[in-house]
Design a protein around this ligand. Structure first.
Ligand SMILES: NC(=O)c1ccc[n+]([C@@H]2O[C@H](COP(=O)([O-])OP(=O)(O)OC[C@H]3O[C@@H](n4cnc5c(N)ncnc54)[C@H](OP(=O)(O)O)[C@@H]3O)[C@@H](O)[C@H]2O)c1
Length: 266
């Protein structure tokens, strides 16, 4: 059977794993990549049994510049091309910019900016030729509100993904290739455990502000199918994005100066 293939980065947890399940439930074969291959294998088996689609797993560390090439070479060796790409892998790097190592920031840019750009660049030609493609760049609500002190390049990298997605969305509109920046607010996943901010963020935020990874991925799937350039899942996050857009810049920064430390670790 000729099924389409979706490549999901950061598929070993959270939003990426949820996206892989949703894509498989819509009939895609899925290629799962992340560093923790035991997690990928377990998810691949679950998806195969539950949805009857084919799965591929590729262990890769996206902080390594050659990783996007390796991932796509692995798929090519299995005779597969990418019809849908979900650039989801990501993390937060707490701390003040000058107090972190450049090597950490360089790796961060590689994972959060360069790898998604490279994967899209390497796959979109095939999508255009076939007249079908889907690209979801998982950005963040942080891209749509003023920057906060701490995790300095996080909002910047996500704002980059939003602008990148909007431009690509326009460039590929006539080719059957849909491009969406997905901008979730607080989402239940391993994200805040991985960066050590779980206690801080849980204490600072009401539960109604949070969405499940499944809800976020479902909103992203729906948005890319509808070819919406930017998707903010959930009413509270939509309201925050709208207020942030309407707010004079200096008011927004003043708000971040007083409130930012409630959810960002310096
Ligand atoms: N959770 C939130 O509140 C929230 C809000 C807005 C946006 N986001 C964004 O949503 C995306 C998914 O995050 P999540 O919330 O699902 O967090 P998560 O549960 O921690 O999942 C992050 C995924 O990224 C992968 N990853 C991290 N570093 C990697 C690297 N160097 N190479 C390859 N894969 C890497 C992890 O896999 P391995 O560790 O196995 O490599 C994991 O699969 C991220 O881009 C994040 O910025 C999250």
């Amino acid at each position: 059977m000729d099924r389409r293939l979706a490549l999901v980065t950061g598929a070993s947890a959270g939003i990426g794993a949820a996206f892989a399940r949703i894509l498989a439930s819509h009939g895609y074969d899925v290629a799962l990549t992340a560093r923790r291959t035991d997690r990928l294998e377990a998810l691949a088996e679950e998806i195969r049994l539950r949805y009857g689609v084919e799965t591929l797993t590729v262990g890769a560390d996206l902080s390594e510049p050659e990783a996007p090439g390796h991932i796509l070479d692995h798929l090519t060796a299995h005779g597969r091309t990418v019809d849908a790409l979900v650039n989801n892998a990501g993390y937060g790097l707490p701390g003040a910019y000058g107090e972190t190592l450049w090597a950490e920031q360089r790796a961060f840019i590689q994972v959060m900016v360069t790898a998604p750009c490279e994967l899209a660049h390497r796959t979109l030609g095939g999508m255009q030729q076939r007249g079908f493609g889907r690209i979801v760049n998982v950005a963040s609500l942080a891209a749509l509100i003023p920057g906060a002190a701490g995790a300095t390049l996080y909002a910047a990298s996500k704002a980059f993904l939003v602008k990148f997605s909007q431009s690509l969305h326009l460039e590929l509109a006539a080719d059957g290739v849909h491009v969406t920046a997905l901008c979730p607010g607080f989402t239940y996943s391993e994200f805040h455990d991985a960066n050590g901010t779980r206690a801080l963020v849980s204490a600072a935020t009401p539960t109604w502000l949070w969405l499940g990874a499944d809800e976020v991925a479902a909103a992203g799937y729906e948005a890319v199918e509808a070819n919406r350039a930017v998707c903010v899942p959930g009413a509270p996050s939509k309201a925050i994005a709208a207020v942030a857009k309407a707010l004079p810049e200096e008011w927004g920064l003043a708000l971040m100066a007083s409130q930012g430390s409630r959810f960002r670790k310096l």
